[in-house]
Structure formats: C-alpha cells, structure tokens
Design a protein around this ligand. Structure first.
Ligand SMILES: C[S@@+](CC[C@H](N)C(=O)[O-])C[C@H]1O[C@@H](n2cnc3c(N)ncnc32)[C@H](O)[C@@H]1O
Length: 184
C-alpha cells in the first residue's frame, strides 16, 4: 500500500529499533513508528476516528486468568480500541494462534452493539500479514482471524469508559483508609 499512511506501535525498545531499521531498509516513507504502550498511546495521543483499519496480530495472550486484564483487546479496552476507527467504514483486523484468547475476543466483539464480526475461513487473500503468522502457518498451527466493522451510525454506541478505564486513578472513596478519614 504505497500511498496509504501507516502507524505502527511497539512497546519494547529492542523490537522498536528492529522495526525502524527494517522500515528504513525498505524505504517505507509512508510508515510512522511510535514506541510506547498501545492503550496508553490510544488514550493520550491518538485521535479518535483516525484509522481506516486497526491491525492487531498475535498480541500477547496472557493465558493465566489473573493476567487477563493485561490483554490488549478485552471487554475493558474494546471501546477504546474501536474508537480509533473511522465511523461506519472503519475495520478492525485481528489474528491469534491462542484459541481461548481468540474465542474471548470473538465473544467480546459479537456482544458489542456497534460491531459486526466476520471470521475468516482460511488465510488473508494476500497471504500471511506478519512474521508470526507466516511462522505459525508453516508449523500448521490453527489461526483464528477476524474482521470487525463498525455498524453504520453505531459509533455513538462506543462507551467512553474504555478511555477512562486506562487513565483515571482510583477515586478517593476507593482507597482503603478513606472511610475513616471522611467519618472523622
Ligand atoms: C507476539 S509479538 C507479534 C508481533 C507481530 N504483530 C506479528 O504478528 O508478527 C507481539 C508484539 O507486540 C508487542 N506488544 C505487546 N504488548 C504491547 C502493548 N501493550 N503495546 C505495544 N506493543 C506491545 C510485543 O513487544 C511484541 O513485539
């Protein structure tokens, strides 16, 4: 896609530098790379409705229940992620080799009133989109791929709590000793 601008986000310095080197070697002058945590950047820096497509491929699945809250896409963050999409035409493309996480993402998106979800049977028309996908395909691993689109006029159903959940500190009333302070 030579003319279309792309924005890539990577949190780990080593992989960020690798991506910068690879982009320079391929002279990808339509690519901007940002180093940082994707949800933090989405909450603080990236404008709503900025993207025709949001691509999330093989995000860390955080399989232990106590770590689910670290997942990039889950019920807590879904509105925040979807808020990046252009209303009505925006699409989210997602893939994972982790069955449990993939099914949880499908359930989260299918329950969302603003979203239509389509699972892909087989791969993307143009073949693997990322290094992980190519590697897992070669090994014959099952890959769950989906495309989710915003329903026409449904952008207003995106709840701003997604943004607030990332940014807002606990209210004073949530802190352990606040009850004793307010009653004295
Ligand atoms: C399993 S790799 C997949 C890489 C690539 N998407 C692919 O499919 O080949 C996950 C990458 O996402 C990065 N990452 C994980 N959580 C992140 C976050 N919250 N914000 C930004 N990058 C993140 C990791 O450092 C790692 O480079």
């Amino acid at each position: 896609m030579p003319d279309r601008p792309f924005l890539g986000v990577e949190i780990v310095s080593k992989y960020f530098r690798l991506a910068v080197r690879r982009a320079a070697a391929r002279r990808l002058d339509n690519l901007i790379l940002l180093r940082g945590e994707a949800l933090y950047l989405t909450s603080t820096l990236l404008p709503e409705a900025m993207a025709r497509t949001v691509h999330i491929y093989f995000p860390d699945p955080w399989p232990k229940s106590r770590h689910h809250r670290r997942r990039l896409l889950d019920p807590r963050t879904v509105d925040l992620v979807l808020s990046l999409l252009e209303p009505s035409s925006g699409r989210l493309c997602f893939a994972t080799d982790h069955v449990e996480y993939g099914e949880a993402v499908v359930e989260t998106l299918e329950r969302h009133p603003a979203v239509e979800v389509e699972r892909l049977v087989g791969g993307w028309p143009e073949g693997p989109r990322t290094n992980y996908e190519a590697k897992f395909e070669e090994r014959g691993r099952h890959i769950l791929r989906l495309v989710a689109g915003l329903r026409t006029g449904a952008a207003s159903l995106l709840h701003p709590a997604g943004r607030e959940a990332i940014l807002v500190a606990p209210a004073a009333a949530d802190q352990p000793d606040s009850a004793s302070r307010t009653s004295s």
